[in-house]
Write a protein that binds this ligand. Structure first.
Ligand code: EPZ
Length: 456
C-alpha cells in the first residue's frame, strides 16, 4: 500500500504522456556532456581568472552546481549554453549540505578548493539509489598528495598541513577505476609541487575533456584517457575558453531509441570513438551503423537480436546505458543476459519493464531477459536518471500510451528530451496534473486509488 505522501507525489507531480508504436525519422542534435560540464565547472575554482565554458547543457544538475559555486563566492554569468565563471574572490571553503546532498558531483569541488585555499570543508555526499557511492579513493588520493583529512559528523575536512600551503606531487594507485576520484586527484595535482602519477586511472572521455581544459589553463598533464596520467604541478592556472564534448550517453540513448522503434535515425555531433562499445553491441543486434565525421546514422535491419552485455569502466559498455539497453532487449528476438558490474543497485528499471509486460528474471545484478514482440503502455515511475530514459525508450515502442512519473530524475540529465524526440516523430506531452486534483490533494482530501491505468 502506498503511503499517502507517495500517492500525493504521484498525483500532483508533473508527468509525461508518451504515445507508443512510434517511428523516428530525421536527425537529432546531441547536447554537451553533463558528466563533463559538471567537473569543468568545478575546475573553475583552480584559477582567479575567468573561465568560459561553451556547449553547456541546460539541466537541473548544472543549475545546482551553479548554486553551489555561487555559495563559494564564484561569480557566474550564464546565457543559454554558455557559462562564464570567475573564482577570483572566493568567500568560503565550506560548502552547504543542502546543495552537496542534492548533487553528488558537488564533491568534485574538494580537490580544487584544497589546492587553491589549502583547506576545504564539504559534507559527505552520501549514497544514492544506484549505490553507496563511497569516496574513499578521493580521500586516499588527497592524503597521498599531503592533505590531512578528517571525517567527523558527516563532514569531510581536508587541510594542507606541510607548512608550505601547497600539496606535494606523489604516486597514486587507485584500487578501482573511479571517474570521480581520478578527476579529484587530477585537479588537485595541477597546483601541487612536483610531479604526480595516477595509476589505474579511469579512462572515460570526460577525463580527457577535463585535462584538455586544464592544459589550456596552463596545467601540464599527459596521458589523460589512459590508465596512467602524469601531472607536473605549476604555480598558477589562467583563464580559458572551452567547448564541452558531446554527451556520449545521450547519443547512446537515442541510438537505442532508434533501434527499439526500428527507425533510421541520424545524430550529430558525436565523437564515434566515445561510443565504440555501444556501436558494436548495436551492430551485434542487427543494426547498420554509418559514421561520417561527427555524424552517425543507425538503420535497424530486420528484427533486433538478443545480445549479452556486462557493464565496465571505459572503454567497456557504459553503466549509464545499461538501463536503456535493457529496454531494447525486452523486445529483442531471443534471450539476453545483462550484468551490472559498476554499481551495486542499478536494476530499478526491471520492475517497471515487467509492468509493461517484459519477461525479466533478476538475480542480484544479473538480469535474464526473454524478448517479447511488443511491450504494453503502462503507468510508470522512474527512480533514477537512467531508468527514466529506459522507460521513455520502452514506451516509444510499446502498444498504447504510457504515463511516466519521476521527471525530477529525467531533467537532471537529458536536455529538452521530449522536444527533441517530438521533432523526430514522437508524441510526448509533459503534463501538469489538473489544478482541481492538485488542490484536493493539497487540502488533504483522500486521493483516488493509485491504480494502474493501462490505457488502450
Ligand atoms: C561518474 O560517477 C558519473 N557521474 C556517473 O554518471 C557514471 O555512472 C560513473 O562515473 C561511472 O562511469 C559524473 O561524472 C557526475 P565512479 P562517479 O567513482 O565518479 C566505486 C549518470 O547517470 N568507488 O567511477 O561517482 C563506486 O562505488 C551518473 O550520469 C569507490 O569504491 O563514479 C562505483 O562502484 C551516475 N570508491 C565505482 O567505483 C570511490 O572513492 C565507479 O564509481 C569512488 C568510487
Amino acid at each position: 500500500m502506498h503511503s499517502v505522501a507517495a500517492i500525493k507525489d504521484n498525483i500532483i507531480a508533473p508527468y509525461l504522456e508518451v504515445g507508443g508504436s512510434c517511428r523516428l525519422y530525421g536527425e537529432i542534435k546531441i547536447s554537451g556532456a553533463k558528466n563533463s560540464a559538471l567537473v569543468l565547472m568545478a575546475a573553475s575554482l583552480l584559477t582567479e581568472d575567468k573561465i568560459v565554458i561553451k556547449n553547456i547543457p541546460q539541466l537541473t544538475d548544472i543549475d545546482v552546481m551553479s548554486d553551489l559555486l555561487l555559495s563559494a563566492g564564484v561569480s557566474i554569468n550564464r546565457k543559454s549554453n554558455v557559462i562564464e565563471l570567475c573564482a577570483k574572490s572566493l568567500k568560503t571553503s565550506e560548502l552547504p549540505y543542502n546543495l552537496v546532498h542534492a548533487l553528488r558531483a558537488s564533491f568534485f569541488c574538494i580537490g580544487p578548493l584544497l589546492a587553491r585555499n589549502g583547506k576545504v570543508k564539504i559534507p559527505l555526499p552520501g549514497g544514492c539509489r544506484i549505490g553507496a557511492r563511497p569516496i574513499d579513493e578521493h580521500i586516499s588520493g588527497l592524503q597521498a598528495l599531503g592533505a590531512k583529512v578528517i571525517i567527523e559528523d558527516g563532514v569531510v575536512e581536508a587541510k594542507i598541513s606541510n607548512g608550505r600551503n601547497k600539496l606535494l606531487g606523489s604516486q597514486v594507485k587507485l584500487n578501482c577505476k573511479s571517474v570521480g576520484a581520478t578527476e579529484t586527484i587530477l585537479m588537485a595535482a595541477t597546483l601541487a609541487e612536483g610531479e604526480t602519477i595516477i595509476e589505474n586511472a579511469a579512462q572515460e572521455p570526460e577525463i580527457q575533456d577535463l585535462a584538455n581544459m586544464l592544459n589550456a589553463m596552463g596545467a601540464q598533464i599527459n596521458g589523460a584517457g589512459s590508465s596512467k596520467i602524469r601531472i607536473k604541478g605549476v604555480s598558477k592556472l589562467n583563464g580559458s575558453t572551452h567547448n564541452v564534448i558531446p554527451d556520449r550517453i545521450e547519443a547512446g540513448t537515442f541510438l537505442i531509441a532508434a533501434a527499439i522503434t526500428r527507425s533510421e535515425l541520424s545524430l550529430s555531433p558525436v565523437i564515434p570513438s566515445h561510443l565504440e562499445a555501444v556501436i558494436n553491441k548495436l551492430k551485434e543486434c542487427g543494426c547498420e551503423i554509418e559514421i561520417k565525421g561527427e555524424k552517425i546514422k543507425i538503420t535497424p535491419k530486420g528484427s533486433i537480436k538478443a545480445v549479452d552485455i556486462t557493464t565496465s569502466p571505459f572503454p567497456g559498455f557504459p553503466t549509464d546505458l545499461q538501463a536503456p539497453f535493457m529496454a531494447l532487449m525486452a523486445t529483442a528476438k531471443g534471450t539476453s543476459k545483462i550484468t551490472e558490474k559498476v554499481f551495486e543497485n542499478r536494476m530499478q528499471h526491471v520492475g517497471e519493464l515487467k509492468r509493461m509486460g517484459g519477461s525479466i528474471q533478476l538475480n542480484g545484478n544479473t538480469a535474464i531477459i526473454k524478448g517479447i514482440t511488443q511491450l504494453s503502455g503502462s503507468s510508470l515511475s522512474a527512480g533514477d536518471l537512467r531508468s527514466s530514459a529506459a522507460m521513455i525508450i520502452a514506451s516509444l515502442s510499446a502498444k498504447g500510451i504510457s504515463i511516466i512519473r519521476g521527471l525530477e530524475h529525467l531533467d537532471r540529465g537529458y536536455e529538452k528530451i521530449e522536444t527533441k524526440l517530438n521533432q523526430i516523430g514522437c508524441n510526448i506531452i509533459r503534463k501538469e496534473p489538473n489544478i482541481s486534483v492538485r488542490e484536493e490533494v493539497q487540502q488533504g482530501i483522500e486521493p483516488i486509488s493509485c491504480h494502474n491505468p493501462k490505457v488502450a
